[in-house]
Design a protein around this ligand. Structure first.
Ligand code: DGP
Length: 224
């Protein structure tokens, strides 16, 4: 990270189940480390916290919960880590996040909950500087190993999730960039496409951390 008043970049990766997100996040982490960036990799849901353990049990179909209740728990799981994300960014670390609030909207709206209601609990979370959407057809994703092990890994569900992701992308502001990468192509080409997007951010970002979907002030969620 070069001097000046730059902070770390906040990079989010989103996509359907089996889109290759976790593999690409691991590759990107390694590359950022090789580029000498201080970097923190997070994954949502974070299944290690108290809330995360409840989410994990729900995803494995070991417990049942009302659709709205589980939606709010996914959001609370992000809020649990919001101030530590902001602190890391301010301290100059790049934060790389495997899934974020966009998954929150996509998966719950795909179940039939109203889009605006789904977005509401995540308003004011730290906003990514770029969101990389790994786009793959549900047909192609299904052909990859492991599909079908968890609650949402069904082709029809994934088709609706993809449609909501496309709506989110079309509504994302220019400042909060949404970049689509073809995740159906060769794995190394996906890695290269991602690196081209991320490389300019490795040296840090000017300006404060912004908030998701806020219309008013950019007040920090942690005291300065
Ligand atoms: P992963 O660990 O990336 O395989 O994600 C687990 C599953 O949880 C996956 O099917 C996507 C889904 N998911 C992730 N975040 C959210 C969320 O905020 N809300 C809902 N309803 N589902 C989510």
């Amino acid at each position: 990270m070069s001097a000046g008043n730059k902070r770390g970049a906040f990079i989010v990766m989103e996509g359907l189940d089996r889109s290759g997100k976790s593999t690409q996040a691991a590759r990107l982490l390694e590359r950022l480390q090789r580029a000498d960036a201080r970097v923190k990799l997070l994954k949502f849901p974070d299944r290690t916290t108290g809330i995360g353990i409840t989410i994990d049990s729900y995803l494995r179909s070991e417990s049942e919960l009302d659709d709205r209740a589980i939606h709010l728990l996914f959001s609370a799981n992000r809020w649990e880590l919001a101030s530590s994300i902001e602190e890391s960014l301010r301290a100059g670390s790049t934060v790389l996040c495997d899934r974020y609030a966009f998954s929150g909207i996509a998966f719950s709206a795909a179940k039939g909950l109203p889009y605006e209601w789904c977005r509401a609990p995540d308003i004011s979370l730290p906003a990514p500087d770029v969101t990389i959407f790994l786009d793959i057809t549900p047909e192609k994703a299904k052909q990859r190993g492991g599909y079908g092990e968890e609650r949402y890994e069904k082709e029809e569900m994934q088709r609706m999730v993809r449609e909501v992701f496309q709506r989110i992308g079309s509504e994302t502001s220019r400042e909060q960039r949404w970049v689509v990468v073809d995740a159906g192509q060769d794995i190394d080409l996906v890695t290269e496409d991602i690196w081209r997007i991320v490389e300019p951010l490795v040296s840090g970002v000017l300006g404060p951390v912004t908030r998701l979907w806020e219309t008013g002030s950019n007040t920090s969620i942690i005291p300065s």
